[in-house]
Design a binder for this molecule. Structure first.
Ligand SMILES: Nc1ncnc2c1ncn2[C@@H]1O[C@H](COP(=O)(O)OP(=O)(O)OP(=O)(O)O)[C@@H](O)[C@H]1O
Ligand SMILES: [Mg+2]
Length: 345
């Protein structure tokens, strides 16, 4: 049986080459004897999946994708367009959504990850803002073209489900705005519903049209942090490449970052344990005993888990799960074992 090839996003300025962010991975893959084809990420996001995959040869069999994040609906269209050419993405559309979106993996990882609740937020059609909560701060009405923030009642209900008090973190089903920590990510006290509303509303405003799925509230847990404050804002502003290409250049958020290990799993086995892209110089050695059976229970072939050590040393926690195809791999990490495993399956 032929081995799988990889798909990388093409460079928008030179469609015959991989996007510069993925050049080193593509080069390493070739050195390892692997093959890749290129896809048009912008066309995928624009709903033109057939056009996006037109450079993928017909009947090329099994494929893994390594590229920018895609909303789950676009990934499904991507998989269908490839199937139409006789090619199969080895992660199904359902598998992608399970690993990529918090509600897809949370049930399996509950207990090993901070307690979380979520409020689905329908994409805004026609610009109606809905009843926004906590309009202070000038964020009333949300972002142009974005979704409307959850209403006061929905937030109060979500806060109650999360225990009603204590600090929390806000994100959507996929990403946070951690670079705007105090403004759009961290809630010091859930009992202060007006403050919850302000943070959520600012988060929804900043996410704009990229808000994925809905608003998630997670109980804040104290994790071990870097000791020396690295200059922030110059590196990846998201450990997983975001839907667009905007990374880096964002203002400083917190002086000390959580030290996370990113563990790459293929068929339930850890094929690479590396640093999180936000702290590439801080390798961690997580204990995988508890996480391994959970990854297997999730049942997705290629996933990542970001693990952080509790500040009190009481054990490793799953900060988030991701689809391995769209998780970022920091430069400097030896990815040869990972890539070799992908093309050997
Ligand atoms: N429940 C929590 N308790 C404490 N800190 C948290 C919690 N959730 C998230 N954080 C902090 O916020 C950061 C961003 O959260 P998270 O990883 O969920 O979002 P993200 O935007 O998807 O990040 P990534 O760049 O890994 O894709 C984490 O790296 C961690 O430092
Ligand atoms: Mg993360």
């Amino acid at each position: 049986m032929p081995v799988p090839a990889l798909l990388f996003p093409a460079d928008p300025l030179n469609p015959r080459r991989p996007d510069p962010h993925y050049t080193w991975e593509a080069r390493l893959l070739r050195e390892l004897g692997g093959e890749y084809h290129l896809v048009d990420h912008d066309a995928l996001l624009a709903g033109r999946a057939e056009e996006a995959v037109r450079r993928v040869p017909s009947d090329c069999g099994a494929l893994w994708y390594r590229g920018w994040m895609l909303p789950s609906s676009d990934y499904a269209a991507f998989a269908r367009a490839l199937a139409g050419r006789g090619a199969t993405l080895l992660t199904s559309a359902a598998g992608y959504a399970s690993a990529h979106e918090l509600p897809g993996w949370y049930g399996v990882f509950e207990g090993a990850t901070p307690s979380s609740v979520w409020i689905p937020v329908p994409a805004r059609v026609g610009g109606a803002a809905g009843e926004a909560f906590g309009a202070a701060g000038g964020a009333a009405g949300g972002a142009t073209g974005g979704a409307a923030a959850p209403c006061q009642g929905e937030l109060a209900d979500a806060v109650a489900r999360l225990g009603g008090r204590g600090p929390a973190v806000v994100k959507d089903y996929v990403k946070s705005r951690k670079e705007a920590w105090h403004e759009a990510c961290y809630v010091p006290e859930l009992a202060d519903l007006a403050a919850v509303g302000r943070v959520v509303e600012r988060f929804v405003e900043l996410q704009g049209e990229y808000l994925a799925g809905g608003v998630v509230l997670r109980r804040y847990e104290e994790f071990a942090r870097t000791t020396a404050g690295r200059p922030e804002g110059g590196g990846s502003a998201g450990g997983r490449p975001a839907v667009g290409r905007s990374t880096g250049g964002r203002p400083a958020a917190r002086a000390r970052r959580t030290v996370e290990a990113r563990v790459w799993w293929l068929d339930g086995e850890p094929v690479l344990v590396g640093p999180h892209p936000d702290t590439p110089d801080h390798p961690a050695e997580p204990d995988l005993t508890e996480v391994r059976p959970l990854v297997r229970a999730l049942g997705c072939r290629f996933v990542t888990t970001d693990l952080a050590d509790r500040a009190d040393g009481s054990g490793w926690r799953v900060v988030e799960v991701g689809d391995g195809q769209v998780s970022d791999l920091p430069r400097g990490v030896d990815a040869s074992g990972l890539l070799s495993s992908l093309i050997a399956t």
